[in-house]
Design a protein around this ligand. Structure first.
Ligand SMILES: *Cc1c(COP(=O)(O)O)cnc(C)c1O
Length: 377
């Protein structure tokens, strides 16, 4: 990278506006595919959305919000703030809301990263973290994930005096794997107090093992832990873009300085409150994944494919052979030709894997039938 002074000079003399250093080196986020060539209504198993849709109560609240379309939303998202604070027994003033949890990460990074600082994440960590860090001209350090799982010692090896944030998605995406709370606590205890530990709980509600914990209790008393959750996955409100973070007051105060005032909409706030209340829909969604994830995993294993286990999320990561004709890239294309959209994850450094969201029964059966055909060819 040229030094900042040189670049600043070059930018001043340029014949057109130049973005700051590093921006054009960022790999823009690649979303899960939503279209398949020549297929009318493909089945989308590429973005870990809730296959049961969303709560009918959330839908009602969303539709009713049409009456308020001409008004700015409450900048504090007060109804949602109160609902979450009550449900999780949290101090309302320690919550922050974002346009998806992606925005919560981005705000945190804007407030805490300077050029030359770094973040640490797992080598297969969620792509949004790296984008937000690079936008602040910070370095991204990838900790090895042996067995496709976060390894606390590997994470700690990456931490140095310029580390400001450690991001851990638990369960992880695209791996689906998770680490027990004892390991999260060990990581937290070993981190310098100046480093923020972000525990991204996007799939936390699907993780039912008693050894799993999303870290809210740790965050209650720690001065450097931020826990995030989203309405995009379990609650099936991905289109509404609403996520939240729970952090120490000092961190919230910094983030609230730069958060844009109307970053969550009225419709999103109200639908999220209704979704939070609809425990029946949440339970059905979790039970559904619990029922079909083992089935899909077993069937994939039966086809001779390497399923990354244990997954505690609403998707599976599946390894394919390297031999031409049977690779992950070809499998993804073959499934797409049958109208089944899954997620290739080579951008996550996993060129031999695909990620499959748990679908409805007929979707899951169609995936298995198609992959059986693919491997037989
Ligand atoms: C989907 C996902 C999120 C949530 O993103 P939103 O911006 O809230 O939609 C966060 N982290 C991970 C690891 C995810 O997979």
């Amino acid at each position: 990278m040229p030094d900042t002074a040189d670049l600043s000079d070059e930018r001043s003399r340029a014949s057109r506006p130049l973005p700051k250093a590093g921006i054009m080196d960022i790999h823009a986020y690649v979303p899960g595919k939503a279209k398949a060539e020549g297929v009318e209504n493909p089945i989308k198993l590429s973005a870990n959305e809730n296959i049961l849709g969303s709560s009918p109560k959330a839908r009602e609240a969303y539709v009713a919000a049409a009456d308020s379309m001409h008004m700015y939303p409450d900048p504090r998202a007060s109804i949602l703030r109160t609902a979450i604070a009550e449900k999780f027994r949290l101090e309302p003033e320690r919550l922050i809301f974002g346009c998806g949890s992606d925005e919560v990460f981005a705000i945190l990074q804007q407030a805490y990263l300077e050029p030359g600082d770094n973040i640490v994440q797992g080598e297969y960590g969620f792509a949004a973290y790296a984008i937000g860090a690079h936008a602040q001209q910070a370095e991204v350090r990838m900790a090895k994930e042996p067995g496709y799982r976060i390894d606390v010692d590997e994470v700690l090896k990456c931490v140095d005096e310029r580390t400001r944030i450690v991001f851990i998605a638990n369960p992880g995406n695209p791996t689906g794997t998770w680490i027990p709370f004892s390991e999260v606590r060990r990581l937290h205890e070993a981190l310098p107090p100046s480093v923020i530990l972000v525990l991204d709980g996007a799939y936390g509600e699907f993780a039912l093992d008693p050894q799993f914990d999303d870290g809210l209790d740790l965050a209650r008393t720690a001065s450097n832990v931020v826990v995030t959750h989203t309405f995009s996955k379990l609650h099936g409100l991905a289109a509404l873009r609403v996520g939240w973070g729970y952090a120490p007051s000092e961190i919230i105060a910094a983030m609230d300085r730069i958060r844009l005032p109307f970053n969550t909409t009225i419709a999103a706030q109200r639908a999220a409150v209704a979704a939070l209340e609809d425990e029946d829909f949440q339970k059905r969604s979790i039970d559904f994944v619990e029922q079909w994830r083992p089935w899909l995993s077993q069937q994939l294993g039966g086809l001779g494919l390497d399923v990354v286990l244990p997954s505690a999320a609403n998707f599976l990561l599946v390894g394919f052979p390297k031999e031409p004709g049977r690779t992950a890239v070809e499998a993804e294309a073959f499934l797409a030709s049958k109208g089944l959209l899954v997620r290739g994850v080579s951008n996550y450094g996993l060129p031999d894997h695909i990620r499959i969201t748990i679908g409805l029964e007929e979707h899951n059966r169609a995936v298995i039938d198609a992959l059986a055909e693919f491997l037989r060819r």
